[in-house]
Each structure stands twice: as structure tokens, then as C-alpha cells.
Design a protein around this ligand. Structure first.
Ligand SMILES: [Zn+2]
Length: 324
């Protein structure tokens, strides 16, 4: 089954951006790409990408500056993160992040570096083309990581950016730091014609979703699924199967979507993790999928097309579970 609904942040078979990871460390290459006419710099204020949109805000693109027209003056490689080369071209895309103070200084009129919108809102609103959203998500994740990796965890000295912004190294002891990706399992637990959907206290009113949790050090994906399901709803599972993944850059997770079969029906909900959880029939799940927002106070609904949770739930609801 292929459903593009979850794939906005997922790598498509043909990514639109070649990350050129083998050439990030080549400063001559990066300098040439920055000097080339097709080079573009996307701007962020903190981790918020700057966008250009129509008046109704129904369609938007990332603001992309030529280096010469970048607010604050032409950036040097040290100011930039190299995101990659647009597929089929020689055109490099870089990211530059401005602190709120630096943005005010570089753009006193507040026109060039506005609006800056957080990546989660951009994902939910669905107004950016998917390739722009994927680029923005990567940039925001790297900028966020750089902000928290300014000092060495071993000796406390300052770190410096290397590899086009994809690595930081300690200026004193040379410890190398890399961007983090935190693996999260997200799993739909099923038994025959029913699946478990749950509410976390932080969810908006009416929203239910599949279970999820961080993988711990030393754990396999399958063991993490079994542990989280047991902890959260007291159910033992078998036949854990990986299905698909989705980058979730809020700020830097990777959602690993799985299916798990329950060995019994009795739920014991952990109240410290969940507000509620229950078995729901396929027919009822289909109704939830058709409820796109809290249309009525007592209606339940599931996450929107931005989330792999919806893909997992829809895949079950429409009985499109292959049995390989
Ligand atoms: Zn150090």
C-alpha cells in the first residue's frame, strides 16, 4: 500500500535534495557552490523558517535569498548550514539562522525575515510544498541541535561547526558531536476487527491516537514496542512488525511505525501516561478518520495527514493489512 498522506517528511524514493554528504567537509566545494549563481539561502529566525505566502495564507514557499541579497549581508560559510544540492541541478541550498536580535538588526523594517513560522505549524497547516517542508524540517532540526551543542560535553570548551554544519568539534579536545535523532516507536495494537486508540492528557479535546514511546538504549524496535504497550495498556503483544517511518523534527525524532497483535483483550491503562484507552472497531475508526477536527464536543478524531499515526490507523481501518 502506498499512501502519500504520511510522507511529507519521509524520504521519497527520489529525494528532491541531494545531501551530498560525502562533500560536506570539502570547503572548496562548498565555497564554489555558494558562489554559483543558483545558490540559495533559506532563512530561519531561531528554528522558525521564514516563508512567503499569498494573502490568504493558503499557499506558501520558503523564502530563498541569493547570497548577495541575504539580510545582514553576504554570509560566509561559517554562518551557514549546507543542506544539499537540488536534484538535477548544481544549485546548492544553505540555511542561515538569525537570533531574534540579529534578525532585528539585519532587517529593521521586519519585511525580509518575516513571517517566521514554527515547523510544527507549517506541517499541520499543509501550506508548504512537501519538498520545502522537508528542507525546512531538516534546517530547523540542525539549527536546534547546533544551539544545544555549543559546548563540549567532555571538557566544557566551545565547539566549532564542521562538515557544512553537520558536525561540531571541540576546540580544545577535538571531541566530535553529531546531530541527534531520537528513535520513537509508534504502534497500532490490533486484535481481529478492533484496534486500541488512546488519549494522552496533552492531546487536544477529542483526539485519540496510537500508542508511542521512546526506544531506550540497548533495546530493539520490537522490544520497545512490547515494553511500551505493556506499560501503557497492560497488554502483551506478539508479531510486532515494522511498517514505515517518518522524520518528526519536533525537535529531532524519528517515528518508527509498527503493527502489533494483542495476545489478550483486557486493558489496564496506566493513568500516569494515558487519560484513556479502549478497543475500537474498524467501522468506528472509519468514522473517526472522516472527522477532521473537533466538529462536536463529544466526537473523537485521529491526527491529520501530517502524522504517520493516521497512516497506521487508516491502513487498519480500510483492512489493507497485508499478511506477509
Ligand atoms: Zn572538549
Amino acid at each position: 500500500m502506498s499512501d502519500p498522506a504520511y510522507s511529507f517528511l519521509a524520504p521519497s524514493p527520489k529525494p528532491t535534495l541531494d545531501r551530498a554528504s560525502g562533500r560536506r567537509g570539502d570547503k572548496t566545494f562548498l565555497a564554489q557552490r555558494l558562489d554559483a549563481p543558483g545558490a540559495r539561502v533559506i532563512a530561519l529566525v531561531g528554528t522558525r523558517p521564514v516563508i512567503r505566502s499569498n494573502a490568504e495564507r493558503t499557499a506558501a514557499t520558503l523564502a530563498a535569498f541569493s547570497p548577495e541579497h541575504c539580510p545582514g549581508g553576504r554570509p560566509t560559510l561559517e554562518d551557514l548550514i549546507f543542506l544539499g544540492i537540488r536534484a538535477g541541478t548544481e544549485d546548492a541550498i544553505f540555511a542561515r539562522s538569525f537570533s531574534p536580535d540579529a534578525a532585528l538588526e539585519a532587517d529593521p523594517s521586519g519585511t525580509a525575515l518575516a513571517p517566521a513560522v514554527d515547523i510544527r505549524s507549517l506541517a499541520m497547516q499543509g501550506v508548504l510544498p512537501l519538498e520545502d517542508l522537508a528542507i525546512a524540517a531538516t534546517a530547523a532540526a540542525l539549527v536546534g541541535w547546533q544551539e544545544t551543542a555549543r559546548y563540549c560535553g567532555r571538557c566544557g570548551s566551545a565547539t566549532r561547526s564542521h562538515e557544512g554544519g553537520w558536525q561540531r568539534r571541540c576546540t580544545a579536545c577535538d571531541l566530535a558531536l553529531f546531530p541527534r535523532t531520537d528513535p520513537v516507536v509508534i504502534m497500532l495494537v490490533t486484535a481481529g476487527d478492533h484496534c486500541v486508540l488512546a488519549r494522552q492528557p496533552a492531546f487536544p479535546p477529542g483526539m485519540v491516537s496510537s500508542l508511542a514511546g521512546f526506544i531506550e538504549p540497548g533495546e530493539t524496535i520490537e522490544a520497545a514496542v512490547a515494553r511500551e504497550v505493556k506499560e501503557e495498556i497492560g497488554i502483551a503483544v506478539s508479531a510486532v512488525r515494522y511498517l514505515a517511518s517518518q522524520p518528526w523534527p519536533f525537535p529531532h525524532s524519528l517515528m518508527i511505525g509498527c503493527h502489533a497483535e494483542a495476545e489478550h483483550a483486557q486493558l489496564i491503562v496506566d493513568p500516569t501516561e494515558l487519560e484513556s484507552a479502549r478497543w475500537i472497531s474498524r467501522a468506528e475508526v472509519r468514522g473517526m478518520l472522516e472527522t477532521t477536527a473537533p466538529e462536536a464536543p463529544d466526537q473523537s478524531w485521529v491526527p491529520g495527514p501530517h502524522a504517520i499515526a493516521r497512516w497506521l490507523i487508516a491502513r487498519f481501518a480500510y483492512a489493507d493489512i497485508d499478511q506477509r
